[in-house]
Design a protein around this ligand. Sequence first.
Ligand code: SME
Length: 160
Amino acid sequence: MEPEQSSQSGDHYLSLKARVRALTDGETDAISLMATVACEVHHSDQRFDWTGFYRVVSPGLLKIRPYQGGHGCLVIPFDKGVCGACASTQKVQLVPDVDAFPGHIACASSTRSELVLPVFDASRSLIAVFDIDSDQPDAFGDGDAAALSEILELVFGGLS
Ligand code: SME
């Protein structure tokens, strides 16, 4: 599968959103949905070198769920890493330089920048975080965060 031209342009995300909508329509199994979203997002853009989910499995604890790329660490407490910061604040973490982020967890030494987004269900409860790593510095912008948040809301925002 050839990645589309690397871009933060709306066109790239419009086609990605349409593809994800078609593939996930009517599905309610969270693991199946995570696997599909991780695959389609990962292969949509050459900036994305690790793409995956960490599920809230108990208060204050994340565990790895479907992902694409090299191995990811299995367990992340809310007080650790970029993923933990996203889970504890429930806010997007847009990190242009991971070496400048206190407590960043390096699953790969090649990672230079990172984007982590909160994932909410229909009751607006945090169910997971969605993590994208790039080997390129400062790879992500507000456009990526907004478009990917829309896709996550489309897929998981109706789950009970
Ligand atoms: N970098 C993340 C850990 C997950 S690995 O990147 C897949 C963090 O600091 O939370």
